[in-house]
Ligand binder design. Structure first.
Ligand code: PMV
Length: 362
């Protein structure tokens, strides 16, 4: 197994010019959810996501050779231009955790300046975009300093592996349109260690696909994803859940290849509700859905029934409803969202997002 440990990535520090690298990396929405992990952030079941576009993190990594011989990671950190100790601690811990892959990090003074396109208080998890942006910066830095990772596929694979160690779902944000994480027989090259790109294996309808995020509540999540994954250890339905995710993956891959929106949508909705059912039936138990989330689901189902439009919902580990639909009906669906769903949101707030092109170096 490729683990990317590389003790040779050590600098002749005197030769290093100070520099900086910036990546913009998007969030993603899992259609089949990753929920339950083992080992060093490895998934208990395969997951597949749409890569988003307008919800992203910008991360600037500045580096210069250390003047002292101190081997600790030296990190300055800002979030939206302000120091942020809890986030700095998280990033510092992460960098320490990946020094076996990037030992040169100990030889540099580092500054990380980061910020999200979406409001911090929107109840939108930012770990996928944040950790993928940072992982991409680290791989670009390795490329810059050592001339490695020249091949794009090698670069993306290492970036996905590195992102996974920060946040499992982040490994899927590296690729445009859609990504699959987790080893399954029917997808060549699939792995528990990194995600693989799926854009070439999905129907054109998914390349122009919307995910509007209806903010039922902007409160921070009451269960962290680390604790959430832990709830699956010893969960009474764990084995059935992992088997069900694998079974659904087979049907989802086929539906996405053919552009079969009915099957895609029914799997998306079933997965969203399964995720919440698992949280509600775990010990301790969490109910993250709000009355308005349920009301929006009802209205969406009614709208679908009445119009026949392929509009579906998904959920993350929170109360906000993701409304999924193809681009060719945006002019029909938006007025429905504005008139029927947005009034149920906190301050009428919703974010417009869509399947995107993946991260860009800026
Ligand atoms: O990557 P984590 O550890 O934040 O877990 C993500 C879990 C879900 O968002 C609920 C599902 C998923 O696959 O993204």
């Amino acid at each position: 197994m490729q683990d990317y440990k590389n003790p040779n990535l050590v600098l002749e520090t005197a030769q290093v010019e100070p520099g900086s690298i910036t990546w913009r990396s998007p969030s993603n929405l899992a259609i089949i959810k990753y929920w339950g992990k083992h080992g060093r952030q490895l998934p208990k079941n395969p997951s597949l996501s749409l890569t988003l576009s307008s919800s992203f993190t910008d991360t600037l990594l500045e580096y210069r050779p250390k003047e002292s011989g101190n081997r600790d990671i030296s990190l300055e950190f800002t979030f939206h231009g302000e120091p942020n100790e809890p986030f700095r601690d998280k990033v510092l811990k992460y960098l320490e955790n990946v020094t076996d892959m990037f030992p040169f990090l100990r030889q540099l003074d580092l500054t990380v300046r980061t910020g999200n396109s979406f409001p911090h208080s929107a109840g939108i998890a930012s770990s996928a975009s944040a950790m993928s942006a940072l992982a991409l910066c680290l791989c670009s830095l390795e490329h810059e300093l050592f001339g490695t990772l020249d091949d794009d596929a090698d670069f993306d694979r290492k970036a996905s592996f590195t992102a996974r160690l920060g946040s499992g779902s982040a490994c899927r944000s590296i690729f445009p349109v859609a990504a699959l994480w987790g080893q399954i027989g029917e997808a060549a090259g699939s792995s528990d260690y990194w995600a693989i790109p799926m854009a070439d294996h999905v129907h054109a309808v998914f390349k122009d696909f919307h995910d509007d995020i209806l903010i039922a509540s902007a409160e921070a999540k009451s269960v962290s994803s680390r604790a959430g994954h832990g709830l699956m250890d010893g969960h009474p339905f764990a084995d059935a859940r992992f088997a069900d995710a694998k079974r659904k993956m087979h049907f989802l891959l086929e539906a996405m290849r053919k552009g079969d929106l009915e099957t895609f949508g029914s799997i998306a909705e079933s997965e969203a509700l399964t995720l919440h059912a698992l949280m509600m039936s775990s010990t301790p138990s969490f109910t993250l859905l709000k009355p308005n989330t349920l009301e929006m689901m009802e209205r969406l189902r009614r709208y679908r029934e009445e119009t026949g439009h392929p509009v579906f919902f998904s959920l993350d580990a929170g109360p906000n409803l993701h409304v999924l639909y193809p681009g060719d009906i945006v002019h029909e669906v938006r007025p429905f969202i504005e008139e029927e769903l947005a009034p149920l949101c906190e301050d009428g707030k919703y974010l417009q997002d869509w399947a995107g092109e993946g991260p860009v170096q800026v």
